[in-house]
Design a protein around this ligand. Sequence first.
Ligand code: NAD
Ligand code: DAU
Length: 363
Amino acid sequence: MTDALQPRFRRLLVTGGAGFIGSCFVRDLLARRDGSRVSVLDKLTYAGNRANLAPVEADPEQASRFRFVVGDIADPAVVAPLVAESDAVVNFAAESHVDRSILDPEAFLRTDVLGVHVLLEACRAERERVRAGDRAAAPRFLQVSTDEVYGSVATGASREDDRLEPRSPYSSAKAAGELLVHSYFVTYGLDAVVTRGSNTYGPYHHPEKLIPLFITNAMDDQPLPLYGDGLQRRDWLYVADHAGAIGHVLEHGVAGETYNVSGGNERTNREVVTALLARLGKPWSLVRTVEDRPGHDRRYAMDGSKLSALGWTNTMTFEEGLAATVDWFRDNQNWWRAIKSGEWDDYYRRQYGARLAGSREAT
Ligand code: NAD
Ligand code: DAU
């Protein structure tokens, strides 16, 4: 984030701030000690974790500028007063895991579509208050979206005005959410911006996702379930770079515009797994070929030049970021072992039980 001493927005509402990327955004923002205040609204679903914000709550100065509210972005009664006292709303809240969207799509529609609608309505009400002279400016709204809205990209790199072709319940719900945001910019003049981020990785990443799942399974010498041929390609973005880019777009983005946040680190899943096993000193023989994800997008890649032109560049290479991530998981076993218990066991059985039973050694 930039302009550390002169934040454009002093009172932020960060929804989904107890999740992976949202908590990084909050930790990094408050650590700037620039006087800005943050309210986190989070439903604390299976993916939300107050421990992700422990560094903030343990620091008296940061804690004095921080408030945590447990609640649902799809609940207007909770949302309206929080939006009313905010200069900006940054919406990270979402159901975020593609595999869970294939098992149970409904929660994705409620949060990723209806939840966005409720937040937008609250911002629209603030615009009315501005018109009535009750406040000076309506809040800026930033929607955190994803490269998955472009669908699978065989060649080249997606640009912001490319057609959206989402292919999973998750990416379709995310696309619907950001289209709603755009409609509120066009129809009601809401000050809104959208970011589309690449596959993000780093500390505090929920262990349901590829990199943390494979790191933590490998640490316990458990099988690593690689979908299909493992030659799917993703573009990897370090979490602090993603959070920083979101802060940059919040401060400098042009209303109504969408910005790709590309990692510039395209790798096959096999390359990623090889690299993390090398860092851990664990053998490839842990990897099992399992039945593929239905509708599995083969490749994501985005052109990041629009955000570069706005003045943002990533700082972390994939090699450094992956090493830091592996080391963090090695040093923070209490954090992930607590998550890989309880509800986790049912999910793991549902997602991987039959897959692992029918798996074969990965060549
Ligand atoms: P996450 O699953 O780790 O965190 C989501 C957070 O939202 C959790 O704290 C959860 O409790 C909260 N939440 C869920 N439903 C809610 C509701 N109805 N009301 C309030 N809070 C709710 O997700 P993440 O990986 O940190 O992703 C954050 C955002 O970034 C999401 O919008 C996601 O679509 C987007 N994104 C993620 C990636 C990635 O690779 N992780 C990449 C691009 C974009
Ligand atoms: O691209 C951005 C998206 O990245 C975000 O919008 C999503 O919120 C985030 O979850 C992520 O989606 P992916 O589906 O790409 O991430 P995931 O970690 O689930 O999978 C990464 C790749 O690894 C994908 O090709 C599927 C594969 N995979 C994943 C898991 C969990 C496996 O081979 N085995 C697994 O067990």
